[in-house]
Design a protein around this ligand. Structure first.
Ligand code: UGA
Length: 434
């Protein structure tokens, strides 16, 4: 099939590349000329495992091409995906200026029937607004479909190629049939394509992310309570996770959720509720608890150093909001670092992928290490913020030699508390006996 993708951010790139991989001819459109030039030469503008291999292969095969011309994109694809940014406005709502602006342009450029697909995470009712915006100028038939994505950063290619479900919000049989045909190769395993109305599809995306954020936040509160009463959250997690109604996944406590999705989507759903006269009390709590959780290690660090961090050298492992990404949006590490700096500490950090992004944001306010052991040299403590695989089984002897004071503040519960203490470390983690 001939497909176009408007917007080559994270979602657009993964969508375009994976659709080309199953034999479709995909044209990706972006207004950024420099970026288009780089992509044409095979450069992937984001870090996402496995994407580079697929990207190169499909460009070489001529199935994946790039342009700055929206007209070219619209002339090409019978299905046109909108993968445009929906930035967070100050009041927490999603800003639709890109989605609606491009929709108006699409209306002017339509030369034949097209299915326009909302791929971005957009508030309930957006597909109607998109329809209106296109309809202002359109002189041809078109349908608007909502098809939210459920891609996790770091696993996006796998999530796209082997989805647990495809959600299609559509009220047109013609569009539903075309979408079903497009996704057929991805659901051969029997996973469902679920068709529903547009509004329910839009809300499914928010409800899924808000539910997962709530699940994590609930466990963070249980972890905090465990510390008060001397219980071990790891045991509680395993205890409840074996109940299939609860499930084992997304029960890992830590220093809060971050990234470009959960924080933005929880706030946007909360705001949509208010706008519709409904107060999501649970979401307000999730937002507040998660904000507090991001710096939950700070009181422990302060208590360890008798309230004085002036001149203390602190090594930090992990800057990205989670492993397998260089994304630092809403990363708990940055909140912790800001507080530590404000308290007078000196920071040296290491992250396998995210250091350049942090350097761009923070400049030389902190030092960046060449390797994972360098931040430990003569440091007074190590703080772990992201659970990268390389931090899971480090050389403890070397760490003890390098650290001035062998103490670890672990925001991701990487180590067995008894084992690490028997290695001779002072060890503070989340929700497990301090
Ligand atoms: C999330 C969803 O998982 C995807 O399904 C969705 O498509 C995506 O948002 C989106 O809306 O685009 P992502 O933000 O990439 O994906 O990251 P997750 O792997 O879901 O992790 C989110 C945050 O939760 C991270 O900060 C992670 O550290 C935290 N987390 C996750 C926990 O603290 N505990 C857990 O048990 C699991």
């Amino acid at each position: 099939m001939k497909i176009s993708v408007i917007g080559t951010g994270y979602v657009g790139l993964v969508t375009g590349t994976c659709l080309a991989e199953t034999g479709n001819e995909v044209v990706c459109v972006d207004i950024d000329e420099e970026k288009v030039k780089r992509m044409r030469s095979g450069e992937v503008p984001i870090y996402e495992p496995h994407l580079d291999v697929l990207f190169e292969r499909n460009i070489e095969a001529g199935r994946l091409t790039f342009t700055t011309s929206l007209k070219e994109g619209l002339d090409h694809g019978v299905i046109v995906f909108l993968a445009l940014p929906t930035p967070e406005e100050e009041d927490g709502s999603a800003d639709l200026k890109y989605v609606l602006g491009v929709s108006e342009e699409i209306g002017k450029l339509l030369k034949g029937y097209r299915v326009i697909v909302d791929k971005s995470t957009v508030p309930v009712g957006t597909s109607e607004k998109v329809k209106e915006a296109i309809g202002k100028h359109a002189s041809h038939d078109f349908d608007v479909v909502s098809n939210p994505e459920f891609l996790r950063e770091g696993y996006a290619v796998d999530d796209f190629l082997k989805p647990e479900r495809i959600i299609i919000g559509s009220s047109s049989d013609r569009a539903t049939e075309l979408m079903g045909k497009l996704y057929k190769p991805f659901v051969r395993s029997g996973n469902p394509v679920i068709v529903m109305d547009e509004k329910s599809a839009e809300l499914t995306k928010y409800a899924a992310n808000a539910f997962l954020a709530t699940k994590i936040t609930f466990m963070n509160e249980i972890a905090n309570f465990c510390e008060k009463v001397g219980a071990d959250v790891d045991k509680v997690r395993i205890g409840i996770g074996t109940d299939s109604r609860i499930g084992k996944r997304f029960l890992f406590p830590g220093i809060g959720y971050g990234g470009s999705c959960f924080p933005k989507d929880v706030k946007a759903l909360h705001k949509s509720g208010r706008d519709s006269g409904y107060e999501f009390k649970i979401l307000q709590s999730v937002i507040d608890v998660n904000q507090r959780q991001k710096t939950i290690l700070i009181p422990k660090i302060l208590a360890h150093f008798q309230g004085d961090l002036k001149g203390k050298k602190i090594g930090v492992w992990g800057l990205a909001f989670k492993p397998e990404t260089d994304d630092i949006r809403e990363a708990p590490a940055l909140y912790i670092i800001e507080e530590l700096l404000a308290l007078g500490a000196e920071i040296t950090a290491f992250d396998p992928e995210a250091m350049e992004n942090v350097q761009r944001k923070m400049g030389d306010r902190i030092a960046f290490a060449d390797g994972m052991y360098q931040p430990l040299e003569n440091a007074d403590a190590l703080v772990i913020c992201t659970e990268w695989g390389v931090f899971r089984n480090p050389d403890f002897t070397k760490m003890k030699e390098l650290l001035q004071d062998a103490v670890i503040f672990d925001g991701r519960n990487l180590y067995d508390t008894d084992e690490i203490r028997s290695e001779g470390f002072g060890y503070y983690s989340i929700g497990r006996g301090q």
